[in-house]
Design a protein around this ligand. Structure first.
Ligand code: XMP
Length: 507
């Protein structure tokens, strides 16, 4: 196992991901948490940080103590801290160095083995190591800094530092360097796979939960289903799944989700709360207000269900890493990472302990785990769907009638994407019901009906997105299908806005 000490860098999770990609198990802990030096621990990586090592409250660890037990790799801040603690000099450089640089290798030792000279590396720092500690050797430079990589070795210690970020995509040989550290330096076994993750996670859940009960809200999406399947594997019927029909699900989704959960043996209860949501949403037009109402209604319903089951102690959640908002403070473990919940968070008085088996994984890793668990591909490759559902795709007031209109249009759109083999080529797609009526003509009859906008985007992570360039023949087909089959809609438009400046959802 590898331990990654987090000093608050935005890239720390990418280090974890790179280690897992090399099939090595790792854990990320706040820098100031005590390290247990078990025999499984093969090495420690020190992350970057927004701090400068010369600041007064700069976070620190006893690198010498750690390095006396296992090999250490310091990245950016981690390298500067190491250099400073061993007696080197770190100074603010005249110019901040951000972006691409060319690595000039001086010594192809085990960490830089087979790493190409002059390869691109990604820099992001304003301090520079200007003098290495005594007995440290220079391993690489770049054109703008004297120390891009260093090594220190004696019979008890193996220590490396990198000024650049090997974990980011733009460092061409970065993955190789991390792999070299894991395999050549630490001698890690490459036995960490999805199957391994599943076994370890299931064992850990069993141990934490024992014969206690867990309640969990399912959404039918990838994350909550994979998380629930893991918890189910660990504790079986003691997992109580709740799936709420909030009235703004996709067409037939309620039954489909219940059926698919039942088919994998999950203990799930469907709760029809449509009317509760519609009543509370009546007359509300502000997007934020609608979101809040949906979050609140959800909690009310969930809470009511939770109280029907005796002795619940845990709350299962499908939180994955991108849902976790980094609020880790380098000043102490008390203010660690905070979760963003789809439903707006659960009330404190529920006092349930959280079980979040996926909170360190990225979406593609969750999909791999899901595939290993034998979940159907259609579920694993489903487009993201927002927690507030169709309510934020019905601009203005949400009514049952409008939901039904949009459900029909949305179902036609999704079915057509599948039929034309376009579903997998877009990252997310959905139909939006506009609060606009316009005049049309059908046969000899004048119509005055609603407009639907189609949205489809390409994206990697939903943070930025481009509108998908769907073929005209496809758009023509969908437009015809919707207008001919959905009474109440007589016009279809296509959204050609990217994010930013627009967002993916319209509300
Ligand atoms: P935006 O509209 O912000 O959406 O560009 C980015 C991604 O987030 C989804 N989204 C949500 N997901 N609860 C969710 O679970 C929400 O309140 C929510 N709002 C937006 C959106 O569908 C897209 O995938």
């Amino acid at each position: 196992k590898i331990l990654i000490l987090d000093f608050g860098s935005q890239y720390t999770q990418l280090i974890g991901r790179a280690v897992r990609e090399a099939n090595v198990f790792c854990e990320i802990i706040p820098f100031n948490k005590e390290i247990e030096f078990t025999p499984e621990l093969k090495g420690v990586i020190l992350s970057g940080s927004p701090f400068s090592v010369n600041e007064q409250n700069a976070p620190s660890v006893d690198v010498k103590l750690i390095a006396a037990k296992v090999p250490v790799l310091g990245i950016c801040y981690g390298a500067q801290l190491t250099a400073k603690l061993y007696g080197g000099v770190v100074e603010k450089s005249d110019k901040r160095e951000y972006g691409r640089a060319k690595l000039q290798i001086k010594d192809n030792h085990e960490l830089l083995k087979e790493v190409k000279d002059d390869s691109d590396v990604w820099m992001s720092h304003s301090d520079t190591i200007v003098k290495l500690p005594e007995n440290f050797s220079l391993s690489a430079t770049t054109h703008s800094i004297p120390v891009a990589a260093f090594k220190y070795e004696n019979e008890n210690v193996k220590l490396f530092g990198l000024q650049f970020h090997p974990e980011v995509y733009h460092s061409a040989e970065g993955k190789k360097i991390i792999k070299n550290f894991l395999l050549n330096v630490c001698g890690c076994a490459q036995d960490w796979t999805s199957a391994h993750f599943i076994n370890e996670t299931v064992d850990a859940i069993k141990e934490t939960i024992g014969d206690k009960k867990v309640i969990m809200a399912l959404s039918g999406g990838v994350d909550s289903t994979v998380a629930a399947t893991l918890i189910h594997k660990a504790i079986g019927k003691n997992l109580y799944g709740i799936f709420v029909d909030n009235g703004v699900l996709r067409k037939d989704e309620f039954q489909q989700v219940l059926d698919s959960c039942n088919s994998i043996g999950l203990n799930i209860k469907g709760v029809d709360a449509k009317d509760h949501f519609y009543t509370k949403l009546a007359g509300k037009v502000s997007p934020e207000e609608k979101r809040k109402i949906i979050g609140k209604c959800f909690i009310e319903i969930f809470d009511e269900e939770a109280h029907k089951i005796e002795g619940i102690e845990f709350l299962g959640q499908g939180t994955i890493y991108p849902d976790v908002i980094e609020s880790m403070s380098v000043h102490g473990p008390s203010q660690t990472i905070k979760s963003h919940h789809n439903v707006g968070g659960l009330p404190d008085y529920m006092k349930l302990k959280l079980v979040e088996p996926l909170r360190s994984l990225f979406k593609d890793e969750v999909r791999k785990v899901g595939a290993e668990l034998g979940l159907p591909a259609a579920l694993l490759n489903r487009h993201p769907f927002p927690g507030p559902g169709l309510a934020i795709r019905i601009l203005g007031e949400v009514t049952e009638e409008k939901v039904q209109l949009l459900q029909q249009a949305d179902a036609i759109y999704t079915k057509a994407l599948l039929k034309f083999d376009l579903y997998a080529t877009v990252w997310q797609a959905g139909a939006i019901l506009l609060p606009v009526k316009s005049v049309g003509v059908m046969g000899d009859e004048r119509t005055y009906e609603f407009t639907v906008a189609l949205r489809a985007v390409t994206s990697v992570d939903g943070m930025t997105a481009d509108w998908a360039h769907l073929p005209y023949e496809f758009l023509a087909y969908v437009s015809n299908e919707i207008i001919n089959n959905v009474k109440g809609i007589n016009r279809v438009v296509y959204d050609i806005s990217s994010k930013p400046p627009a967002t993916i959802e319209w509300e």
